[in-house]
Design a protein around this ligand. Structure first.
Ligand code: XMP
Length: 317
């Protein structure tokens, strides 16, 4: 019978054999898989694991700092890289969802390659690939797919010529979480909702500006922290907010306003392949809506997405 303790024990021993004194580089995303992979390899080889965590400017409010802090508390050798401006420049003027994904994938590879070059003698690239990623090689979304499509254009970036180590390749998500618990990874990381690699870029319909990102971060933060406060966070698979590129009329005191609409989205699901809109309590939605409109400058209307997947998708782009 498979147990997380046993998995950790044998995997750490295998990694020690495989890696010896070699240096390994790994990109952390803040998600479960890369974090668990990092902790496993860290147990095996300690400071020879070099982690890179990139701020692409498209993360949730304060997430970069908070997650970087957790990684450091976990003892990881991690470098935080502020690459926000590089991503914003690459995204300027782009509205098409697939072009956004391509631009983000490309800049991520450039940034990661630059960082990897600053480390000398790295032999391995570690990845948090899990079993569903392996079998869904046809999937068109996700950072690994972005890297794959990049393969065909021009030469490979140098870090992609490294030998690859993927300690979670045989595990399902629930097993990864159990392994993470055994490794004492923060609950903040282990129980976190899925979050797309392109981040808030695909929740801002139309072009991306740092100002729009800032507005959406505030809205998202109000929504997510209320879900946590109300004990609803763990009952939904994923939640977030979408900034719509339309203005509507509202009133504030005696003033007429003409400002943006945001949509809230929360779904229940087992694997993200199909999803039902979450039937959140009206009272809860009313409170969140009021708080958003009262606190976030630039937003005067909140709607709730009641579409299920299929035919809608979880993300709007
Ligand atoms: P959809 O919108 O297709 O999303 O119903 C299903 C799940 O995949 C996530 N998602 C992405 N994840 N890169 C990612 O890493 C992407 O480009 C991407 N697009 C969607 C989405 O958040 C949901 O969990």
């Amino acid at each position: 019978d498979w147990t997380p303790d046993q998995f950790v024990e044998t995997t750490v021993a295998d990694l020690q054999n495989q890696l010896g004194n070699d240096k390994v580089v790994l990109g952390l995303s803040g998600g479960v898989d890369s974090s668990v992979a990092a902790m496993l390899i860290h147990q095996a080889i300690g400071k020879n694991l070099y982690c890179i965590f990139v701020d692409n400017g498209l993360l949730r409010k304060d997430e970069f700092e908070t997650v970087l802090d957790s990684y450091r508390h976990m003892g990881l050798n991690v470098k935080g890289v502020d690459a926000r401006d590089r991503f914003y420049s690459a995204l300027a003027g782009i509205s098409d969802p697939e072009l956004k994904r391509k631009a983000i994938g490309r800049v991520f590879i450039e940034v990661f390659d630059d960082e990897a070059h600053q480390l000398t003698d790295v032999k391995w690239l570690a990845q948090g690939t899990i079993y569903p990623d392996v079998i869904e090689s046809v999937s068109v979304k996700g950072p690994s797919a972005t890297i794959k499509s990049h393969h065909n254009v021009g030469g490979l970036p140098d870090f992609m010529k490294l030998k690859v180590v993927e300690p979670l390749k045989a595990l399902f998500k629930d097993e990864v979480r159990l392994v993470g618990k055994t490794l004492k990874i923060d609950d903040l990381i282990l129980t976190r909702h899925p979050f797309p690699g392109p981040g808030l870029a695909i929740r801002i319909i139309g072009d991306i500006t740092p100002q729009k990102v800032a507005v959406l971060q505030e809205v998202d933060h109000i929504f997510i922290s209320n879900l946590r406060k109300s004990g609803l966070y763990d009952q939904v698979w994923q939640a977030g907010a979408i900034l719509l590129p339309i203005q509507t009329v509202g009133v504030m005191g005696d003033e007429r306003t003409y400002e943006n609409v945001v949509s809230l989205r929360a779904v229940t699901s087992v694997d993200g392949m199909t999803a039902d809109w979450a039937h959140l309590p009206y009272e809860f939605l009313a409170n969140v809506s009021n708080e958003i409109i009262n606190k976030v400058k630039g937003v005067n209307r909140v709607v709730y997405d009641i579409s299920s997947k299929p035919p809608a998708t979880i993300e709007w782009e």
